[in-house]
Every structure is written in structure tokens, then in C-alpha cells.
Design a protein around this ligand. Structure first.
Ligand code: SF4
Ligand code: SF4
Length: 217
């Protein structure tokens, strides 16, 4: 059976990968596979199974649970898909994945062996925090948080409860002053107040050497 779906049928993600816009190739491949699974016609058993297996493996890597043989397994499935897939869309997608494993292997290795996402794109490998030097206490983030993980009142520096935060990222785009930031989950946690305090009253510690690397503006 041949299916006539093309990679242009995939919506909601740019293709091919663009380093700056897509930041992390692991996160990009995860989103690409998610779109692929949802776009496949479903009649080709091989395409469907390969996309689903790849999605599960890359999802584990993105979630900080990758294993040492994962990249080899991804390669094997992609190579087999090049031979056996029923549609050009799947072949294009796996060619892209193979290319990213070759050109951005260090990033994949960081996720698997060090459980780190260098660009802080993969939410499970980051923590979300509010920069106390930037927050102006407007309260927009508390309204949007589905977990009620943000504490604060008008004119107080808001604080994210990291135990409650699910890293959904919903709060990031609503902050008008970009005070909601990400840090490396495996790095030194950024210094923030334990509870909301008046805006301007929190004295930030000078940034320690090495911490800045784990922060995403
Ligand atoms: S990342 Fe999601 S859960 Fe965490 S504080 Fe922001 S909106 Fe709430
Ligand atoms: S983090 Fe941003 S959105 Fe939330 S209260 Fe502070 S300034 Fe407002």
C-alpha cells in the first residue's frame, strides 16, 4: 500500500529543524513525532508502529529517562522506516531525525547521560522560577496557573512553589516583564524568596560563576 501524504501535511511545527527557533533538537523531534502520529492515515501498520515507538523513546529522553541504547534503537527504527514506510511523509521525518542525531549528537548525549537540556527547552529537565529582581507584582501569572502554584498579591514579588509546579509553561508568555524564567534542574537552584515579599525588597545574590550557564533569559 502506498499513501500520498507529504511532510507538508504536518501542521503546527516548522520543518525542517531550525536551531535558533527550535532551540533543542530532542524537543523538536518529540513534537515532530507527535504531529506525525496524528497526521498518518493509519492504514500503514509499519508507519504507525514506527512513529509510536519513536515517540515513546524520544519522550523518555525528553523527560530525563533516556537509556544508553536509545539512540542506537532510534537509528535502527529510522533506517527500517526508510526502507519500509508507506508514505513519503514518514520517510522525510525519519531522514530529519537521523540528520539531527548526526549533527546534534552532543545535545542528545547531554539528555541521556547527564539528564540535562542545555537550552532549557525540555520542561522536565528545568525548573520554573520568578526572578525577584524583575517581578513587579502585577498578578497576571497567578490567574493563568492551572495548579495554583504561584503565590502572591498585588505589589508583592510572586513565588512559584516548585513542589506543586508541573512545568506546563503556561505562565511564561503572560508575564509582561519576562520575570518567569527557567533554570537547569540539575544546577544550583536560583535564590528566590520563600514567600511573597514587597516588590523591591528582595536583595538578589550576585550571580555565581557557572550558574548563569544554566539560566535561560
Ligand atoms: S509552569 Fe505551569 S504549573 Fe508551573 S507555575 Fe507556571 S503555570 Fe503554574
Ligand atoms: S511574575 Fe510576571 S506576571 Fe507574575 S506577578 Fe510578577 S510580573 Fe506579574
Amino acid at each position: 500500500m502506498q499513501c500520498n501524504k507529504m511532510i507538508s501535511n504536518i501542521n503546527g511545527i516548522g520543518f525542517p529543524y531550525s536551531g535558533e527557533r527550535d532551540r533543542c533538537s530532542v524537543d523538536y523531534v518529540f513534537r515532530l513525532l507527535d504531529q506525525l502520529r496524528n497526521t498518518l492515515c493509519g492504514k500503514g501498520v509499519f508507519c504507525r508502529d514506527a512513529a509510536s515507538q519513536l515517540y515513546s523513546i524520544v519522550g523518555s529522553i525528553r523527560g530525563g529517562e533516556g537509556k544508553s541504547g536509545d539512540v542506537g534503537l532510534i537509528r535502527e527504527i529510522c533506517q527500517a522506516s526508510l526502507q519500509l514506510a508507506d508514505c513519503e511523509m514518514t520517510r522525510e521525518a525519519v531522514k530529519e531525525i537521523l540528520s539531527l542525531l548526526d549533527t546534534d549528537g552532543e545535545n542528545w548525549d547531554a539528555h541521556i547521560t547527564r539528564r540535562r537540556c542545555p537550552s532549557l527547552s525540555c520542561e522536565s529537565l528545568t525548573i520554573f522560577y520568578i526572578d525577584p529582581a524583575v517581578c513587579d507584582g502585577c498578578g497576571k501569572c497567578t490567574d493563568i496557573c492551572p495548579e495554583s502554584a504561584i503565590d502572591g498579591s498585588p505589589a508583592l514579588i510572586h513565588v512559584i512553589d516548585r513542589e506543586v509546579c508541573t512545568r506546563c509553561a503556561a505562565c511564561e508568555p503572560v508575564c509582561p516583564v519576562s520575570a518567569i524564567k527557567r533554570a537547569d534542574v540539575a544546577g544550583v537552584p536560583p535564590k528566590t524568596p520563600d514567600a511573597p515579599v514587597p516588590v523591591g525588597s528582595f536583595k538578589a545574590e550576585p550571580v555565581r560563576k557557572g550558574l548563569r550557564k544554566g539560566l535561560r533569559p
